[in-house]
Design a binder for this molecule. Sequence first.
Ligand SMILES: Cc1cc2nc3c(=O)[nH]c(=O)nc-3n(C[C@H](O)[C@H](O)[C@H](O)COP(=O)(O)OP(=O)(O)OC[C@H]3O[C@@H](n4cnc5c(N)ncnc54)[C@H](O)[C@@H]3O)c2cc1C
Length: 400
Amino acid sequence: MRLRTYESFWLLKNGLLYSYPSAQQNLTTDTVVLGGGITGALISDALISEGYKVLLLDKNDIASGSTAATTSMLQYEIDVPLYQLSNKIGEEAAATCYQCGIDAILELEALVKQRKIDCGFQKKDSLFFAHTAAASKSLYKEFEARKKHRLGVKWLSAAAIKKLYGIKSHGGILSETAASVDAYKLAHELIRSNTQKGLQVYDQVDIKKIHHNDKGILIELVNGCSIKSKKIIYCTGYETVRMFRKPVADLHSTFACVSEQGILINEKLNRLLVWNTRNPYLYLRTTDDGRLLVGGADSKYTSATYLQKNKEQKSKDLMKQLQEAMPGIHFINDINWAGIFGSTKDGLPYIGPHPDFKNSFFVLGFGGNGITFSVQGRKIITDLLQDQPNELASFYRFDR
Ligand SMILES: Cc1cc2nc3c(=O)[nH]c(=O)nc-3n(C[C@H](O)[C@H](O)[C@H](O)COP(=O)(O)OP(=O)(O)OC[C@H]3O[C@@H](n4cnc5c(N)ncnc54)[C@H](O)[C@@H]3O)c2cc1C
């Protein structure tokens, strides 16, 4: 499955940062982390920190899947509003999921600072604005639900949003915890730094079959070699949906573009993530190299040809929506790209064991805040490996 267009901003900006050998010998380990995107990078980091012997495998280059295409807005806000999620899973559980999103952003900030990873991490506020008067009513209801659970929110009137940020709206929620990052660089640098702590990494690995046995995992490679492990953690992104008999997520395509550097915008936008109530929603943020990044225009079509053929037109659609929100903005489109995107029935990820796969765990961060969910996967997986209870694991389980 092609997860994105050939071009993606982060790949063009950074190039292939590090590459690794393909596995050409028999190997044995405690834990295989399958997939070297941002999820595999975060999970292998957590396991190495806990003292596990870890082997990271990817069938492609490291971080070259969705992680190379992501727009990396780090938000605590789940695609399903808190008041609606409360109806689905109960108010306390929904509030816990939202609060854990805030904790995950702070955890990632601490990790990046502590390891001194140069990945453009910037702590920001987040503005969720209503694009019509009708949408404003339900957004205010959402504001009240979040305020009740002390999620660090303020309601801003349309006039205040216009004055502060120059955005035309019908009011919106300002949240105090959000961030943006270059997830491609973060994944690469995290993996690289862990190779110095014993993480073994193999990319371009051609896997023939994975056997999930009572005693452990056996991975047969096409070259005749094999890898034995006690456990496997699947961090294999959206492609993983094909492994399950019962569907867990719907796949869509989503589009993004960045302006040339030095775009003239309200300076306050450099410390803000923005998204709105349209369906599909428009979102924007600045990058650490002085561009404005705009995304959205999702479609139900996911073929590689569709993504490649439609990215120019979709950028034009995004520009039209941008002009509506910020009339007169002079956005010169520099690079556009598209990727596959997964969403679940309740906006929550699937993290934990699956009954059909022995000795295996999955970390599948679907939705608009997939990366925040992957951060949450760190504690969930280390708890589950040690047979410790974990509250989030019950909300994110497969049989929910
Ligand atoms: C345009 C776009 C915008 C987005 N914006 C945001 C955003 O603002 N915020 C946010 O949080 N999320 C966002 N997302 C989602 C985010 O990109 C994903 O949640 C995240 O990249 C998933 O990372 P991952 O490591 O799980 O998957 P991937 O990056 O796809 O990594 C999975 C890896 O597994 C490997 N793999 C797969 N199958 C196998 C196998 N059988 N054997 C070996 N290796 C295998 C692949 O080669 C790949 O390298 C966006 C996505 C797109 C496309």
